[in-house]
Structures are given as structure tokens and as C-alpha cells.
Design a protein around this ligand. Structure first.
Ligand SMILES: C[S@@+](CC[C@H](N)C(=O)[O-])C[C@H]1O[C@@H](n2cnc3c(N)ncnc32)[C@H](O)[C@@H]1O
Length: 255
């Protein structure tokens, strides 16, 4: 049985574009209970992310728990996660920095079950959520929690760092600004502060000759980062674009 019509209508009035699909998800998450669905609709109408209310999201075919307060993985990140899995040898090693709920690491684990993956995040709630998703997640700044004996052994280093330019934060949709932690989004001036830092730190971890780094970014950030990439002894190998031709990620390897 589908969600009641008035639930669909309430979500539509609140501005939900996919009101029928959201109503169906909320109805199931509410256990088809009238009192619970009304509370869920009130939360969703205030702009709270759907995944925080249902407690889950599907990312690149993998169902993940998403705890309230933790960044909700975006479909735009799926192609990079799948590319990372493609580049990861079956028994290889990967790092997922800034893992959030562990989305990219979980996809790597699902597609490369024989690989070893360590994930990190600065936020305790994110680390707990990633752990609940079966990810070996450690709390700390970027690569700080990675064991030293992983130096030179990493096949794929992937990161979705906060990269929204500080000067463009006001252009994010109202719900992201109201609910999602700025620390998960704000990349400082130009959005390149943490992108640059990951590129500076990557060479320590990458396997000689074959290690690859994949970074989600947008706009003209890949060009802006070119000097940092070169200083790190790396070269840009590819730029991932979406169907609209917009830049989504950078792939770089040893020069
Ligand atoms: C844009 S979210 C990406 C999360 C996840 N990779 C995904 O795609 O769903 C960025 C994440 O980086 C974390 N973060 C921000 N600054 C960090 C830092 N200096 N070191 C580690 N994690 C950081 C935030 O807590 C947040 O979970």
C-alpha cells in the first residue's frame, strides 16, 4: 500500500520535487504509522534531509545508515567512487579521507571485498556512522590517523573534502545551509584549502609508480590546483565530468 495521498500532497506543498517517492520512503520508515508519518512530514517540510529522517540512503547501489548531523552522500559522487573501485586492485589498499558516513569506503569494500580500506573523518558523529556501516573509520585531520607503515603502499587515495568556495556558500540550497554542518562543505577561499592539503600529503602514501589520487571538486578548481599537483610530483591524469559536462573529480598519478 502506497503512502496516503495527503502525505504526498503535504510534501508537494513543502516544495519536495519527488514528493511521491519521498512519501513512499517516509511511509515505510514510519512503519505505516499515522502518528509517526505526520511527525516525519513536519521534519521534512522544515527542510531536514530525507536520509536523516529515514536513517538511510542508497549510494552507488549500497545501502548506508546516515545518522542525523552527518553529511548525506550525493549521487554526484557516485562516478568517482566507482572509478576508485575500478582502479583498486582486488587485494589492494585504499584510503578514503573525509569519509562522512563512509559512503566511498563502503562502495570500495562492496566492489573489492579483498581490499583493505581505512577511512578518516574529523567529526566524531561521522566516524561513528561510518563504523555502523562496517567501515574502518578513524577520527582525525585528513591522513593523521593513518598508520605510518601504510606509507608507500596505497593504491587509491580518494577524498570528498569540503570544497565549496567560502564565497559561494550562500548559493547552496536553503536546506543544506540550514541543516548540514558547514565544516562538511566550506572549503575556504576558492574552496581549495583541503584539496591542496590532500595533494601535498598524498605522495607519502601512494604506492610508487602506480598509486592514484582521486579528488572530488568542481568549477575551475582542477586548473587552480595544477601548481600544487606538480609540486607534489604528480600529474593530472583525467578529469571526471557528468552528463552536463560539469567537472566532478580529478584523477592524478605519479609524474
Ligand atoms: C563533503 S563531506 C563528504 C563525506 C563523504 N566522503 C561523502 O561523500 O558522503 C566532507 C567530510 O569531511 C569531514 N572533514 C572536514 N574537514 C576535515 C578534516 N580536516 N579532516 C578530516 N575530515 C574532515 C567532514 O566532517 C565531512 O564528513
Amino acid at each position: 500500500m502506497g503512502a496516503p495521498d495527503d502525505v504526498v500532497e503535504a510534501l508537494r506543498r513543502a516544495g519536495c520535487v519527488a514528493a511521491e517517492e519521498e512519501a513512499a520512503e517516509l511511509w515505510v520508515a514510519a512503519g505505516r504509522d499515522r502518528g509517526r508519518i505526520d511527525a516525519f512530514v513536519r521534519r521534512r517540510s522544515r527542510g531536514e534531509p530525507l536520509a536523516w529522517i529515514t536513517g538511510k540512503v542508497v549510494f552507488a547501489g549500497v545501502e548506508l545508515a546516515v545518522h542525523p548531523g552527518v553529511y548525506v552522500p550525493r549521487w554526484q559522487s557516485e562516478p568517482m567512487a566507482l572509478r576508485a573501485a575500478q582502479l583498486l586492485p582486488p587485494a589492494g589498499r585504499a584510503l578514503d579521507l573525509c569519509t562522512g558516513c563512509g559512503a566511498v569506503a563502503a562502495v570500495l569494500a562492496a566492489l573489492r571485498p579483498g581490499a583493505t580500506i581505512i577511512a578518516t573523518d574529523a567529526d566524531a558523529a561521522a566516524v561513528a556512522c561510518a563504523g555502523a556501516n562496517g567501515v574502518d573509520a578513524r577520527r582525525g585531520d585528513l591522513d593523521a590517523p593513518v598508520p605510518g607503515d601504510w606509507a608507500g603502499t596505497v593504491d587509491v587515495l580518494v577524498a570528498v573534502v569540503p570544497y565549496v568556495p567560502a564565497e559561494e556558500m550562500h548559493r547552496l540550497d536553503r536546506d543544506s545551509r540550514a541543516f548540514e554542518p558547514a565544516a562538511a562543505l566550506d572549503g575556504g577561499p576558492g574552496g581549495t584549502r583541503l584539496l591542496s592539503e590532500v595533494l601535498r600529503r598524498a605522495p607519502r602514501w601512494l604506492r610508487p609508480a602506480t598509486g592514484v589520487v582521486l579528488l572530488e571538486l568542481g568549477g575551475h578548481q582542477a586548473e587552480a590546483l595544477r601548481p600544487v599537483i606538480e609540486d607534489a610530483g604528480l600529474i593530472p591524469r583525467d578529469i571526471g565530468r557528468d552528463a552536463e559536462g560539469d567537472v566532478r573529480y580529478l584523477e592524478a598519478g605519479w609524474a
